[in-house]
Ligand binder design. Sequence first.
Ligand code: CTP
Ligand code: MG
Length: 380
Amino acid sequence: MQIAAILVAAGRGERAGGNVPKQYRRIGGKAVVAHAWDALASHPAVGAVHVVIGAGQEAMLAKALGDRPTLPPITGGATRRESVASGLHAAAGADAVLIHDAARPFLPHAVIDRLIAALKQADGAVPVLPVVDTLARGDAALGDTVARDGLWRVQTPQAFQLAAVAAAHARWDAEREATDDAQMVRAAGFEVTMVEGDARLDKLTTAADLAAAEARMLTSVRTGMGFDVHRLAAGEELWLGGIRIEHDMGLAGHSDADVALHALTDAILGAIGAGDIGIHFPPSNPRWRGAPSSHFLEHAAALVQAAGGRIEHVDLTIICEAPKIGPHRGAMQARIGELLGLSPGRVSIKATTTERLGFTGRGEGIAAQAIATVRLPEDM
Ligand code: CTP
Ligand code: MG
């Protein structure tokens, strides 16, 4: 049996909001549609994967799928039903099709296995889950409860003999809309069986669904530490924790020498295993002479984002006798939060002296140490 997949990704994702339709947004560093494509393409029984996109979405799809060996995309229509119909034309050579919403990125192979097994005896098969909440009608006030026995939540992929689903689409009254293909196949007189679905297949509809899916993906918690020292010298500006502080001495170094941001940058790089600040911004490169250290910190944050991760928290300790850090703590917290895209509650700034001992005690330099906590997708 030749099985093709039709991945419908031609919607506008209006309920999820944002500038980019939900199927092209990234979750854990990978576009939603790419998650679904990978699940389909990696299943041994699935042959061609036909992706149906909206007119003008070509560039977004190309960016989302990167260098995967994809077929040319198919242009869909104004409704899901029309988009599926376009996909069915492209899949004309297959015996059976799996029709799947790109907005359901997490597709376990076990569900595909169950659908294909069921298709041996049936015209169609769909994954379903029982309804667990109480169901009720209602208007302004709560109305009657609806018995939930015998009611199911119907997911995708939906599997059909190609002849059955093609006939169902051909016979469908174009004035009516259908939210899935199984109802059309049934209306055409074919039988559709049910197999066990999977909660991971739930459709991403709202912005909250996307955020929750991302939070579920970022299961690997990493920590990194950073440490740095710079010499105090007369005639230098003092940059510390991302802000300029009035002081009789400043820190010397190849950049603006913000020792606190350097420790923080190293902590973040450490959490994602990306080396240290010197690898990314070699002191030997004249380009970084006098450079604002905010640039280094933003670069580290961008690397976390590129890895599909999220910074959860940073904690910084500044070690010096002077200046006093307390009066500047709030400003540092705000600036670092701004650079990292973190709320102030996720940026901790502490300070200590060394009881006049050692180089910090003698006022020869300032030291800083930092810890960053980052969440990454499990397989990074
Ligand atoms: N879809 C499609 N063509 C359309 C409409 C929807 O291919 N004209 C696809 C969507 O891309 C999605 C799936 O059908 O993968 C399920 O639709 P839905 O969740 O409603 O997505 P959107 O229509 O994009 O979202 P919204 O209804 O919020 O605008
Ligand atoms: Mg829709």
